[in-house]
Each structure stands twice: as structure tokens, then as C-alpha cells.
Design a protein around this ligand. Structure first.
Ligand code: AMP
Ligand code: ZN
Ligand code: FE
Ligand code: FE
Length: 283
């Protein structure tokens, strides 16, 4: 078990665990540091800091932004931002708004395929979360059109699926800039999902990128070595996390059940101190 986990999702985006549930899991796992990285939302950050504090667990404020590259996407994590930065929050609000229109368009496409699905139900499942495709996938599962969330992606709402809809997204460089403009530390998430990742990482390293995920979820030692070599060549800080969603998908790892070395945890925390980012005050 690791002593840190810097990539987790709650019910403020497409995770199934509430902030108190996640905090309890972190305490049981014996974590010392954690980041909550909901998609396009920092709504859970203050509550998470307060829930972790009694356990002596340090919360790193986080967010995950999806960005577009031709034919694929790159996810950019931000750590240590000033979550009260109005321009930063205005951008996040705009992204969440874009998720609403895009979710509705996906439902329209599914209905055109003859499926009895409703946008109202997807919004009910999402509650006040930043709406994501996993919410749509859960609706397809409950209606019996698919057996699992991955099947919903494979057959309908994955990037090349018949019910996929785009939303307006930043480029990776714009996401890096946005996180930096709020005093944050930008890190590329799960780079091994991106084809030709090293070229993209190299370009972003020249545009303010600070780190990349190396110790992700259930990655084995060979893949970790390969990613670590890229991080070293590009002078990017290697970080890691479980990307825990509690969706029950195959390969899911619980918070802390990841190959993240203690030294990598310390290095990210030290980077946070060095960037003199505003401390998150529990309230
Ligand atoms: P969205 O942010 O709405 O584009 O949805 C992306 C989220 O869907 C990711 O963060 C994952 O949690 C989830 N996801 C993406 N691809 C798959 C897949 N093939 N199977 C299951 N979940 C996926
Ligand atoms: Zn997600
Ligand atoms: Fe991601
Ligand atoms: Fe994620």
C-alpha cells in the first residue's frame, strides 16, 4: 500500500463515493496525503480537507481537465491551485455547462437508436455533480441495454461510438496554462492512454507542464519503468494515483492500492510547498 494517492473521484463528478466515504477509505488505507481530482470541479475540496484532517491526512487540492488532441484526448490534473481564483472557477463552470449540452446530445442520439432513455434520469443519477459519460452509462445499465459501464463505452458512448457527442474542450497546453494561472502544478494523467505520449509530453514540458502520472492504478513494474524513463528524460515529476471511481470497473484499485513510492509522495508535497500555493483551509 502507498502512503499517498493523488487521483480520486467523488460524487462531485463521476465517482460513486461521497467525500466522507472516500475520506473514511483513505483513513482505513493509512494514507498520509491525498488529492481529490474531480472532473471540472473543486466542489468537494474543502469538505475533503475537513474530513481528512482528523486522521492527520493532508489534502492536496486537485482537479482533472479533459483536453483534445487530434483523434484522442489528454487529461491534465492540476494540484495546489488557489480554488478561490475567480477566473479559474469561471472556466470550470463553463466546462461543466458544456457537459450538460453534450450529455443531452448523447441521450438524443441514444433515443434516435431506439432506446428508451431520458436526460432527466441522467441528471437524477448525477445529482449536482459535474455530469460525465459514466452517468449516462449507469442509465444504460439500469435500463438493461448493456451489462456494464465498459460495455456502454464500447458499444455506444466511447469516442467512436454511435451515440458519442463532443463538447468544447481546451488543448492540453491551454489546460496547463489555466492550472498555472491559478497557481497550480499541472500533471498529465495516465499518459499511457495517449498514443505517442512522449512527443506530446515533450511539447507540454516546454509549455509549463510540471509532472506526469507514472504510478497509475494497477500498472506493472515494466510499464512504470517505461513511464519513469520518459519522466526523467523530460524532467517531469513522476506522480501517481488510483483514479478511483468506485464504479466497479475491471482493474479498479481502491485509494492507496497503487505502486506509488513514498519518495514520490514526499516529492509532490515538497513541490506544493515550493510553489507557495495558498493552503486549503477546512471550513
Ligand atoms: P467524460 O468526462 O464525460 O468524457 O467521461 C470520461 C470518464 O469516463 C473517464 O474519466 C472514465 O472515468 C470513464 N471512462 C472512459 N472510458 C471508459 C471505458 N472504456 N470504460 C469505462 N469507463 C470509461
Ligand atoms: Zn472519471
Ligand atoms: Fe482521466
Ligand atoms: Fe480520473
Amino acid at each position: 500500500m502507498a502512503i499517498g494517492d493523488f487521483h480520486t473521484h467523488s460524487t462531485h463528478s463521476d465517482g460513486k463515493k461521497t467525500v466522507p466515504e472516500l475520506a473514511a477509505m483513505a483513513a482505513r488505507a493509512g494514507l498520509r496525503a491525498m488529492a481529490l481530482t474531480d472532473h471540472d470541479s473543486t466542489a468537494g475540496v474543502r469538505e475533503m480537507a475537513a474530513a481528512l484532517a482528523p486522521h492527520g491526512i493532508r489534502l492536496v487540492p486537485g482537479v482533472e481537465l479533459s483536453t483534445d488532441i487530434p483523434g484522442s484526448e489528454v487529461h491534465v490534473l492540476g494540484y495546489f491551485m488557489n480554488i478561490d481564483d475567480p477566473a479559474f472557477q469561471a472556466e470550470l463552470a463553463r466546462f461543466r455547462e458544456g457537459r450538460l449540452g453534450r450529455g443531452l446530445r448523447m441521450i438524443e442520439k441514444l433515443r434516435a437508436l431506439g432506446m428508451d432513455v431520458s436526460w432527466e434520469r441522467v441528471q437524477e443519477i448525477a445529482g449536482d455533480a459535474s455530469v460525465g459519460r459514466p452517468h449516462v452509462a449507469q442509465h444504460l445499465v439500469e435500463r438493461g441495454y448493456v451489462q456494464s459501464i465498459p460495455e456502454a463505452f464500447d458499444r455506444f458512448i466511447g469516442r467512436n461510438g454511435p451515440a458519442y457527442a463532443e463538447r468544447e474542450k481546451l488543448t492540453p497546453a491551454q489546460a496547463v496554462k489555466l492550472i498555472r494561472s491559478a497557481g497550480g502544478f499541472p500533471v498529465v494523467a495516465h499518459p499511457h492512454y495517449t498514443p505517442d505520449a512522449e512527443a506530446i509530453l515533450a511539447e507540454l514540458a516546454g509549455q509549463g507542464l510540471s509532472g506526469m502520472e507514472v504510478y497509475y492504478k494497477d500498472l506493472g513494474p515494466e510499464k512504470v519503468e517505461e513511464l519513469l524513463a520518459i519522466a526523467q528524460r523530460l524532467k517531469l515529476l513522476p506522480t501517481g494515483g488510483s483514479d478511483y471511481h468506485a464504479l466497479g470497473n475491471p482493474g479498479e484499485r481502491e485509494p492507496g492500492d497503487i505502486p506509488l513510492p513514498d519518495a514520490a509522495v514526499e516529492a509532490l508535497l515538497a513541490a506544493g510547498e515550493a510553489c507557495a500555493c495558498p493552503a486549503v483551509v477546512a471550513s
